[in-house]
Design a protein around this ligand. Sequence first.
Ligand SMILES: [Ca+2]
Ligand SMILES: [Ca+2]
Length: 237
Amino acid sequence: MKLQQLLRYGIPIFFAFVVTALVPAARATLINSSLLNSGFESPVIGKKTYSIMNESSVPGWDTTATDHMIEIWSTGFNGVSAYEGNQFAELDANQQATLFEDVSGIAANMKLDFSFAHRGRAAVESMRFTITDLGADGLMGTKDDTTLFSKIYSDGTSAWGYYTSASEKQILSTGNTIRVSFDSLTPGSVGNFLDAVDLNVAAGAPEPGTWATLLLLSFASCGPAVLRGIRRPVAGC
Ligand SMILES: [Ca+2]
Ligand SMILES: [Ca+2]
């Protein structure tokens, strides 16, 4: 193939590939942040202290604890700084429990991106983070539930661990209410700090296989023309 032919056909193919690559990226534009009170900044409890209160006093969040209590700390209490803002949560208020928030109104096939900060209180402590589609009935623990993501995270007492979905397989919504939950694996009333929780919703991006298909289609329409070395440009190439 002559240099002139390579430039004539190779450059359009290159730009076709670039456009193919950029269009899906643009579709994944962030739409919104879905969680209420994601940093446990409400209600304000005062400086360098903690408060155990009924879940009805904590906007957005609920607990599986039988006493319905949620524990909030303010930054600096017992020498622990909040990861963000002035306050954070402790998963085990008076008992080992799960802290959760339900999010409705997310359409099907939306890409869910999460992030949160986790830290041990007394030792290296673990908790299970789960995103659950509650199904058509909107209830947890029934047959139509679907676990969209679940993973155990462990952290010590010296620093916050910060985690995101960036390295995880794409998580897609199915159109029902979504539950974001943090299940303490630490028995008792002392365990697991949590802060800066977020769940972002964006238009779903194609799977890697779709990218490969788009690339193949782009090459299929232009590649043979180049390989044959024809002299007339092919429409669209
Ligand atoms: Ca906070
Ligand atoms: Ca259900």
